[in-house]
Design a protein. Structure first.
Length: 259
């Protein structure tokens, strides 16, 4: 029978945990003793000038030994925590964060208008009042880089990739929006409540535009995308493949199968 020890807080520890606790406790006590010896030597150095150099050297050695023990204790604790922490199942972050939370965003909101913009600072919220005003005429307003008055401060490669995907999506998905890759938009609440989303990544605005065809009116509003102020860009070969696959998925699901 395995013997287990109980701590005061009610937690139980097996032999391995008990041995580790004893080891950490032993090292902690040794570190405290070394620190006390260091402080003692340092104090003596102030009162014994003739031995000052020797005592300061001794105090330094004691403090360094104590520091090494503290680091050893920290390493033991981290290794133990890593070994006994259960591994979490990897989930598809972008799919979960958008698909699982889009509805909750709408439920949590209290207004008749839903605004969507990136949190990296590239979408300037100063455009929102003008975009919201245009909802008196249409159902969806997209912040667009590719209409007169719009633009981007982004790097050339990102701009070229964006234009390429916009053209591919416009051709395949029959979306009459120049900047269909924009993540900056405002829409009436009913748009989100009536459409069902199944996004494959973070480009859910594209899906919204595709599923809004012939159901809701859309207009593009000129905006200038600024350089990101925080976060890390998702642009890369892998993300490019995902975006293209998402366009194909929408094409098959919304165009081919419904023809």
């Amino acid at each position: 029978m395995i013997k287990r020890s109980e701590e005061a807080d009610g937690r139980c520890f097996g032999p391995e945990e008990s041995a580790l606790d004893m080891r950490i406790s032993e090292l902690t006590e040794r570190a405290k003793v070394l620190e006390e010896q260091g402080f003692e030597a340092d104090s003596k150095a102030k009162n014994e000038p003739e031995k000052k150099t020797q005592l300061i050297k001794l105090a330094t050695q004691k403090f360094e030994q104590a520091d090494r023990l503290r680091k050893q204790i920290k390493t033991l604790q981290e290794q133990h925590a890593q070994k006994h922490t259960p591994k979490r199942k990897k989930t598809h972050g972008p799919r979960y964060s958008i698909e699982g939370k889009t509805r909750s965003w709408v439920r949590a909101s209290v207004g008749d208008v839903i605004c969507v913009l990136d949190a990296d600072g590239s979408h300037n919220p100063s455009y929102l009042p003008a975009m919201v005003r245009r909802l008196s005429e249409v159902d969806i307003v997209v912040g667009s880089r590719y209409v007169r008055g719009g633009g981007t401060q982004d790097y050339l490669i990102r701009m070229l990739l964006s234009r390429l995907f916009c053209k591919v999506a416009r051709a395949l998905l029959r979306v009459k929006v120049n900047d269909n890759m924009s993540g900056f938009m405002v829409a009436k609440r009913e748009v989100f409540e009536q459409l069902h989303f199944q996004p494959f990544g973070y480009k859910f605005v594209l899906e919204l535009l595709v599923k809004s065809n012939h159901k809701f009116t859309i207009v593009e509003h000129p905006v200038v995308f600024e350089k990101r102020k925080m976060g890390v860009s998702k642009t890369g070969f892998g993300q490019g493949v995902k975006t293209f696959m998402f366009i194909l998925k929408l094409w098959i699901g919304e165009i081919v199968l419904k023809c």
